[in-house]
Write a protein that binds this ligand. Sequence first.
Ligand code: DC
Length: 221
Amino acid sequence: MTAPIITIDGPSGVGKGTLAQWLACKTGFHFLDSGAIYRSLAYGVMQKNLSIDNLEPIIELAKMLPVEFKATSILYNGQDITSKVRTEEVAAIASQVAPVPEVRVALLQRQKDFAQLPGLVADGRDMGTVVFPEAPVKLYLTASAEIRAERRVKQLKNQGNDANIAQIIQDIKERDERDSNRKTAPLKPADDAFLIDTSNLDIDEVCQKAESILWDKGILK
Ligand code: DC
């Protein structure tokens, strides 16, 4: 029996991670945070002091990336880097290494290996288009840049940080532009993806919508 796969793609800040973890809990499926793999590579690039202008050693590192996922922790060479990969610095490097075609090829099988019984919820940018094109359920989340920026500002304020909304909107738009226009695995919905616009929905409403799709598709019984 092959493991059923639910893919969740969309731009950053749209709520994919929250929905993916909720669905993984609801279904009892495994969870793949593919962005965390790119972030772990970026961590390795920083740790080894590699230059983004010399791609060869970065591609070699991607082929042998010493990263493991244990429950909710990310281990790099056995060391817990779960919170270290969440910094803006790591995100910036991840977004520079992620468009490199050889890096994506090197990380492809590692992502496919997550497809194990009883099933998988896979969160990323190209889960439904490149990594798991055979997935029976593909969700694609969208929300306007302004709404995503407002959510980010709220999150930063809750953490006690200042936030400049205009700057955040601009950063989000630039990142969307880069992700959507890159040559390899650009951010776009698969032809057979269900689109969910989360702009005017709270997280519970997004989860309910996704859940009803899983019932319709026979994933939940
Ligand atoms: O979702 P995230 O912010 O953790 O992703 C980190 C970076 O990796 C971001 O620049 C997008 C990139 N990424 C990607 O290119 N493909 C994926 N499947 C997941 C993330």
